[in-house]
Design a protein around this ligand. Sequence first.
Ligand code: PD2
Ligand code: ZN
Length: 295
Amino acid sequence: MAQQTITPELRRWIIEQATAGFTPDVVLASMVASGWSESVAMKALDTTLREHLRTQSAAKAVAAAPTASGAAPAQVGVPVPDLDLSRSPRQIDAGDRMVDVIATLNHPRVVVLGNLLSAEECDALMEAARPQLARSLTVETKTGGEELNPDRTSSGMFFTRGQIPEVARIEARIARLVGWPVENGEGFQVLRYHPGAEYKPHYDYFDPAEPGTPTILRRGGQRVATLVMYLNEPARGGGTTFPDVGFEVAPVRGNAVFFSYDRPHPSTRTLHGGAPVIEGEKWVATKWLREREFV
Ligand code: PD2
Ligand code: ZN
């Protein structure tokens, strides 16, 4: 496709749409429908609306405007953790370890990493987690509590930040890798899946429309990125899937998949799931990163 330029006319049009009460997701859909590439359109929207928010008091009305469908308006994106891939490195220095860059995708932002963890670190996490595994809970967004979720047939546990030396070391490595403070991370969650177990597709951010979400957000704001680390290798099945873009990451011991989401909205395309394990066991450690310090 020929290069698409963000002209002053386009900026003016975006601002007109926004001030007329159309939310960014609606404006995005109409730009895509008229031939804009979604990633260019999102960027144009993001920069234009940010600039406008900075300079105009009318911005308040934009954020508060209802969508035509009555859904919650999509917010302008927030800063998120990311890796510095600007010079296309094969490896990134994560402080105490060189980590391989295996594959990247821009929308959704996904980076597949190799050799993030050593075999000894994978073993240490599994052994420390094993005695505490219980059928997995997910955060109940209706109340802010936790519930048994039938979409998740794995068992799991949480470490606290820095709970054992291996956890502290890996947390520092991740912080350096993605440029995000250790303090903004939730404790690792370790999950074990048996054959037949899966994690149905979901978003990791908290749904702003759910009544329990404000309570959850008090502990450090929204989740803005996820790192799923593979601690072992099931013989078959158990990939991490991104159904919106037909992408699947194979669970390879020591490897990881990173993805970020700058707004709690499906337009991030970060719908993802854990495919059923067909043969063998699958163990992962998940790190979720929040906007602010997680307390
Ligand atoms: O185990 C996975 O592959 C997986 C897939 C989707 C883990 C998570 N989500 C998660 O921990 O959020
Ligand atoms: Zn997830």
